[in-house]
Structure formats: C-alpha cells, structure tokens
Design a binder for this molecule. Structure first.
Ligand code: MN
Length: 255
C-alpha cells in the first residue's frame, strides 16, 4: 500500500483574521471568499515519489490536528509566507510578510503530533523554517538585510530567484540522496534558518553560508530543504529523491 502523505496547505494571508470569528476573513490571494490549498507541483511530486497525497488544511482548531495527523503516514510541509517572528521571540523585521497565524499554529501542532507518532517529515522552503522554529531555533528575517553590513565582496547571494550551488555535508542522510557533494538548486526565499534548533543539524549550505538543508541529530526521519525540488524533479531526477525518501521512510514505519 502506498503511504498517505499529508501536505500542509497555504491560503491567502489573513491580516484581518480574528480568533473565533466566523466569517470569511481571508481576502488577499484567492479573492474575497478565500481558499486554502497547495501548488499542484507538490501533489504531483508526492505521487511520483510513491505516496498518496492528502491535504491537511490550516483549520482553525489546531488543538485537534493530532487526529488529522493520525490519518497519515508522513507529513510534508509546503512553501508559503513568513512565520510570525513572535514564535521565535523576535520583533518583526519591516520586510517580514505574509504572516498567517492560523497556518503557523496548525503547522506547529502538526509537527509536534507527527513527531509523537513517529511520522517521517519533509519540509520545503517555509517548511525547513517551520521545523527550525518549532524545535527552538530562529530565522534570518531578510537575507539581503542580514548581509547588508558585510564587507564588499563578502555579501550574500541573491536567493530570491537565482539558482545557486549548495555544498552537501558528507556522511549526512542528504548525502545519500544527493551524492557528489555539490549541486545546483533553485532559490526563492528571502528568509532562512538562523540560529539552528538543538535537535537539528545543517547538512547543506549555500556558498554564502545560508543553511539550505537540515536533518535531525538523533536519526529521526526529518529532512528540511530550502530549495523547491517539486519544481525540478521532472527534469532532474535527483530532485525526486527527497519525495521517494519520504514515502520509503513512511512505508518502513507502516510495516
Ligand atoms: Mn537559496
């Protein structure tokens, strides 16, 4: 049986969201009615990787998310807007944007519930950042600003739309998926992992030092990637391997 992979959903930003309000408060990206969902590329990548995709919407009853997690065999955290900096104890940078407190709460609960149940987890873009925040780390809120004070020639890469190389740490789980030590990834982010959470280690970095992958220090099946393999796998097979890894880890758990 193919394992069920739960995909966390994004929606329109909800600046007007009021806890407990009943009306349609999501207004921006998807029109006045508001929708939640995932980019179809995530669904196709999960299927191609051997899983059955099942959407996990950012419902408001985050406390009950454990019951939804129980329906799945693996968890995939998808890309999206910025995590509220209050979740890691920092004031918001002026360029921190698209905060969705509903999604933040649901993904926090989803990660904790998945770990209680031993579900393997893959986090992409925002997902790697959610892992780090939930497990106690911080984020770089704006990469260009982070490098703004660096000496000339030591500034950061352009991570917002320019492909770049990453160096993969030898001996890591990721090195098993991406042998060769180095590869070119896509890059569409203005935030990144900052202070690394204690249970995580960085297993790939961009040339400017920005963390591009994390996994767990204790062997828990968790992989965070800052790039977007879901957009690349159909042309470059090495980017299907994270999705295969997720479903194979889930299948091992199911047995
Ligand atoms: Mn990048």
């Amino acid at each position: 049986m193919r394992p069920i992979v739960l995909l966390s959903c994004g929606g329109s930003p909800s600046p007007t969201y009021q806890a407990g309000s009943a009306g349609p408060t999501r207004t921006a990206d998807f029109g006045p009615i508001g929708r939640v969902g995932v980019k179809v590329e995530y669904v196709r990548a999960v299927e191609a990787g051997g899983g059955v995709p099942l959407l996990l919407p950012d419902c408001r009853d985050a406390a009950e998310i454990d019951r939804a997690i129980a329906a799945g065999d693996a968890l995939l955290l998808t890309g999206g807007g910025d995590v509220a900096p209050s979740r890691y104890g920092e004031p918001a940078h002026p360029l921190t944007a698209r905060i969705d407190p509903v999604r933040d709460a649901v993904e926090d609960q989803a990660v904790r519930a998945a770990m209680r149940r031993g579900l393997p987890m893959l986090g992409i873009c925002r997902g790697i950042q959610v892992f780090n925040v939930v497990l106690g780390g911080t984020l770089i809120q704006d990469i260009p600003d982070h490098f703004a004070g660096a000496p000339v020639g030591e500034g950061g890469l352009v991570h917002a739309g320019t492909d770049h190389s990453v160096a993969v740490e030898g001996g890591s789980m990721l090195a098993g998926l991406w042998p060769g030590g180095q590869l070119i990834v896509n890059s569409r982010h203005h935030q990144a992992v900052g202070d690394l959470a204690g249970p995580l280690r960085a297993t790939a970095r961009a040339p400017d030092g920005i963390i591009e992958a994390v996994e767990s220090t204790d062997g828990y099946p968790l992989l965070g990637l800052q790039c977007h393999p879901e957009d690349l796998w159909s042309e470059r097979t090495e980017f299907l391997t994270p999705f295969k890894w997720l479903t194979e880890a889930a299948a091992r758990r199911c047995r």
